[in-house]
Ligand binder design. Structure first.
Ligand SMILES: [Zn+2]
Length: 280
């Protein structure tokens, strides 16, 4: 069943995960104190988004996926909102940086499909790369909206992208940080995939089992139950009763050379055969 509406999504249990690159960039900005909204499923919209017709990239059932089909139940967009943390670049400066880096062909932004942002002159733009850049004016003011491509949902290219550090003149993270990020992404993916509810922040931590371990334990318990289940067994009384019924039916059958006098012998033989078959 293709989930294309809020109603169908609710019926499916409301699953949602943040795409890798939007989550990586959002969490990086969040570490500097930026407001990225909810941190459990980054970018999952409120009811206004969820009920929108057509549903767009703040939902896991977007009607505007590109260039491929919507990778349900991934959410491909997120917003960078006010308030901006003290001493940090404004949304105008950050938006300009993101736009410039995308225009420069930075691999860390290969996942970016379009962005809505407001420049230093107060003009709000819809900058889209589908597949090459075009610009229209936008009414989506007050925040930076970023939407990702469907073919980069699992991409880790954004993991080392730190626009705030670059704006402040700091250096890029070293290669060890890159591997650390990739490990975090892989673990997060596994946890999301097995959590059912979706979302890193919802997961139990610190001494309690993560959903992945819980799921493995449940599978192990299920297998143990199957192994321990005794085979179907009949008591001697049940076998005797079945044999008696078969013997009566045989003797009662038309054109049957057997008579009632032979009933006991027939029942005994049937019981012998049944018992041998059931113990096999
Ligand atoms: Zn948005």
């Amino acid at each position: 069943m293709a989930v294309t509406s809020y109603t169908a999504w609710l019926a499916d249990g409301s699953p949602a995960h943040a795409a890798f690159p939007t989550r990586a960039l959002a969490l990086n900005l969040h570490a500097y104190g930026y407001n990225i909204g909810r941190t459990d499923v980054i970018g999952l919209g409120d009811e206004r988004h969820l009920l929108a017709d057509p549903p767009m990239d703040h939902t896991p059932y977007s009607a505007t996926p590109w260039p491929g089909a919507q990778p349900y139940p991934y959410v491909l967009a997120f917003d960078i909102m006010t308030p901006v943390p003290a001493g940090m670049p404004s949304l105008t400066v950050l938006g300009a940086k993101l736009f410039a880096d995308k225009q420069a062909g930075r691999a860390e932004l290969a996942w970016l499909k379009y962005m809505n942002w407001t420049d230093s002159a107060g003009r709000t733009w819809h900058d889209s790369w589908k597949p090459t850049w075009y610009r229209t004016s936008s009414t989506d003011t007050g925040h930076i909206h970023l939407s990702g491509r469907t073919d980069h949902v699992y991409s880790t290219v954004a993991a080392t992208y730190d626009p705030i550090a670059e704006l402040s003149g700091a250096t890029m993270p070293d290669v060890n940080d890159l591997y650390a990020w990739q490990r975090i992404e892989a673990i997060t993916y596994l946890q999301d995939a097995f959590s059912g509810a979706g979302g890193f922040a919802d997961l139990p931590t610190k001494g309690s089992k993560v959903p992945f371990t819980t799921a493995l334990d449940e599978i192990r318990a299920g297998v143990r139950t199957l192994i321990d289940r005794p085979p179907a067994a009949f008591t001697t009384e049940q076998v005797t009763a079945m044999a008696g019924q078969v013997a009566v039916a045989l003797v009662a059958a038309e054109d049957n050379p057997l008579t009632d006098a032979e009933l006991a012998a027939v029942a005994a033989k049937v019981k012998q055969v049944l018992a041998a078959a059931l113990s096999g």
